[in-house]
Design a protein around this ligand. Structure first.
Ligand code: GRF
Length: 189
């Protein structure tokens, strides 16, 4: 199954997916890494790993998010992509791309959804005095960080945790959860 990973920055989850796909037993292939930001560091790591890395810069489209998404969608279809994995893609999607890939687009979010959708999940979980955090892989629907949950991993919040310590602990789990959940999803298609 041909998967495209959509990123906007560092791309550590993308790297974990690329690494997992190198196992001959893995049911998915990362056929494309696409960023809405040409300066995303993940584009360099992807290319270094031998994966096609493409920037579809949002800038020339200005506020026309749908026109930008039409360009993304065309790039995906030209390459025969079957499943899209959002991994730190930091632009809210319009109904166009959500509908075009309904049931075939996944996202990873650094909280135990439905708790803490949106930004600054770790800071908010710490301020609220939570004792547990985690990450969620879910199908993408119109509502941001909503959509059916496909997998979760939990980590403890420890006394003295900073935002940074907690995000590192969660990220380590993200790198396990995303490849495993994507593999299970693809096997079920
Ligand atoms: C991750 O925490 C992911 O859950 C969130 O954005 C971050 C992306 O990190 N959606 P990376 O680019 O995969 O390193």
């Amino acid at each position: 199954t041909k998967v495209a990973v959509l990123i906007s920055g560092r791309g550590s989850n993308m790297e974990a997916l690329v690494r997992a796909a190198q196992d001959p037993a893995c049911p998915f292939e990362i056929a494309l890494v696409l960023s809405n930001k040409p300066e995303a560091g993940g584009l360099i790591t992807a290319a270094a790993a031998g994966v096609e890395a493409l920037a579809v810069d949002q800038k020339p489209y200005g506020k026309d998010r749908e026109a930008h998404e039409r360009a993304i969608d065309a790039a995906l279809r030209e390459r025969g992509i079957q499943v899209v994995a959002l991994a730190g893609y930091m632009r809210i999607l319009t109904p166009f791309l959500v509908n075009a890939w309904e049931g075939r687009m996944l996202n990873i979010h650094p909280s135990l959804l439905p708790a803490y959708p949106g930004l600054d999940t770790h800071g908010r979980a710490l301020s609220a005095g939570e004792v547990e955090a985690g990450c969620t892989v879910h199908l993408v629907t119109a509502g941001v960080d909503e959509g059916p949950i496909l997998g979760q991993a939990r980590v403890p919040i420890l006394p003295g945790d900073t935002d940074h310590m907690l995000s590192d602990r969660v990220l380590e789990q993200e790198h396990q959860l995303y490849p495993a959940t994507l593999a299970a999803f693809v096997r079920g298609l």
